[in-house]
Design a protein around this ligand. Sequence first.
Ligand code: KIV
Length: 284
Amino acid sequence: MAKITAPSVRARKVRDGADPLVMVTAYDAPGARIASEGGADIILVGDSLAMVVLGYDDTLQVTVDDMAHHVAAVARARPDSLIVGDMPWMSFHVSPEDTVRNAATLVRAGAQAVKLEGGRKRLPMIERIVDAEIPVMGHIGLTPQSVHAMGGFKVQGRRADAARKLVQAAKALEHAGCFAIVLEGVPVRVAALVTEAVGVPTIGIGAGPHCDGQVLVYHDLLGIEDRFVPKFVRRYADVKAVSVEAVAAYAADVRAGRFPSDEESYHLSDEQAAALGLYGSPGA
Ligand code: KIV
């Protein structure tokens, strides 16, 4: 697969005959290799890192340094997929200077684009990042960094006025220079309206089938996380169950003395064993 770039993603509009975009999150080098070899166009090093890897209850806890650490791990795998680094909460809220510096930190760690949450309020920051030659992916609808302001992780755009605002926000993000827009947690028909209204691809999560692409969180897709499965997740594997079984089998083998075997152990030569006064002990 040829290396995917932000301009090549920008051109991927389904209505113009493009194949839907495939985006998946990853947070480390093995995850990036799996995503790339599986054919993902885009790897998002999402701030979902906070919840699925670091054990927090929301995404507000991760910092730019946390994100850069994981972007760098993904980049070391040299995936063919475009690497998008998520800008965490408070990394693009204070000043344009801070915002550009934080985006640059993610780029220097290996991101080829950044994503940030929010609509019209975030336009000045988006424009500054684009000005610094860093491609920006927008993210509207259910924006998890607004969990407290939204009163929980709630589907957005259910009312006509809110849906219209989402369409306006998407147009504004496109105008500000976003090369793609994530649409999260919105009704199917609202996602279709937004997708129709903009010339850049939309990438849906919990937004139905009429987007220009889809994104899932790695741990959800693979069934690594099984405590809560949102309605929009389809599980393509049950890695948690297989892993628990594997650890249980290992534990049973250790406790029964079946692991390690002779073949799984290193041995001294007879000569060196004799020099140590060791004679004929089995499996020595
Ligand atoms: O952080 C993340 O994983 C995301 C996706 C859910 C779009 O923002």
